[in-house]
Design a protein around this ligand. Structure first.
Ligand code: GZL
Length: 327
């Protein structure tokens, strides 16, 4: 149990004892595991993509390796399930709460409850849009706007010197999710400089292969000419490749494809030339999350924003790094 929890526990015990004549029930502050282990409650978005699976593995493996007692809950992509899980962590008096917010909005009430219960919160992977940054200790994750910009910059370079119109279709991530909003904004901000680039269709594929394939099928039927697909993650891009091939076209040649994540299946398609460029978004947040959880449990100051390291890949680079890719 960290220093923060001990202080909170002592204060609550004194209050409880003075009110009730005896401590009796469980006191406030983090209870810590009976065996003195840090107890971390984690609410995960779901299991929608290869990235998410790798993220979950990183968190679970890191908790085991660092002796953290992890209470892991999968929300199946529903905000109400994440809110329920956070409330349950508060009732259980965990030491620290962490979660990857499925969408940006609607968290203030439940995070205020955690703050009132003196349980620190860490945001991982995705941000929230609350103006009250006192509701969480830190946010560890990627800069999604930058990821969108990197995708746009590749496209601008790819079509440098050419003036014919470039028709782009876009597969967006989950509506309301920070990576969907920001990857869209960053990409649009770069391509707006050149009027030849036109996003002729943009629709959510929910970050999944199935939806990515289905939406790409509708794009192929409704759009007379598609030059480029920008997919907010590899999984939707891989689903779209199935639709493109079924329509008798060559992905990566007839339709250029840019995706984000760089999970193994995406990198394999990239190495085969079916995808032209991938912007990496690292899911391996586990080790840093455990380190941050221990620090906030001990009442240590941590940076408000912890950025993850990531790069970009071309087909040649994918061939080189695939053998040692961890996910
Ligand atoms: C990004 C993460 C996104 C991935 C998708 O940090 O939130 O969610 O890009 C995943 O693959 O579904």
């Amino acid at each position: 149990m960290g220093k923060r929890s001990l202080a909170a526990l002592a204060a609550t015990l004194i209050t409880a004892a003075s009110l009730a004549g005896c401590a009796g029930d469980d006191a406030g502050g983090g209870s810590g595991g009976g065996d003195g282990k840090l107890v971390l409650g984690f609410s995960q978005v779901g299991a929608e993509s290869g990235w998410r699976t790798a993220n979950t593995k990183s968190i679970q493996d890191s908790a085991a390796a660092s002796g953290v007692d992890l209470k892991f809950v999968d929300a199946q992509g529903k905000q109400e399930n994440q809110i329920k899980a956070i409330r349950s962590f508060i009732t259980q008096r965990v030491d620290v709460i962490a979660f990857s917010p499925v969408v940006e909005s609607g968290w203030d009430t439940v995070l205020k409850e955690a703050k009132d219960a003196d349980i620190p919160v860490i945001l991982t992977d995705r941000a929230i849009d609350s103006p009250d940054t006192s509701l969480y200790k830190t946010f560890i994750g990627s800069d999604f706007v930058l990821e969108g910009k990197k995708a746009g910059e590749w496209l601008v370079k790819e079509y440098e010197g050419r003036n014919d119109p470039v028709n782009i279709v876009e597969l967006q991530g989950t509506p309301g999710a920070a990576p969907a909003n920001d990857r869209k904004a960053g990409f649009a901000d770069v391509i707006k400089a050149d009027p030849k680039f036109k996003v002729v269709a943009s629709q959510t594929g929910q970050f999944t292969r199935t939806d990515g394939k289905q939406v790409m099928e509708t794009f192929l039927k409704s759009q007379p000419k598609i030059d480029v697909l920008y997919a907010h993650n590899d999984d939707m891009g891989l689903g779209a490749i199935e639709a493109i091939e079924a329509a008798g076209k060559k992905p990566g040649t007839d339709i250029k494809i840019i995706t984000v994540d760089a999970v193994k299946d995406g990198m394999t398609a990239l190495s085969q030339g079916k995808i032209n460029y991938i912007v990496e978004c690292s899911p391996l947040l586990g080790p840093q999350l455990m380190d941050l959880a221990k620090k906030v449990n001990d009442g240590e100051q941590v940076e408000q924003r912890v950025l993850t390291e990531e790069t970009t890949f071309t087909p040649e680079q994918a061939k080189q790094v695939l053998p040692e890719r961890k996910y």
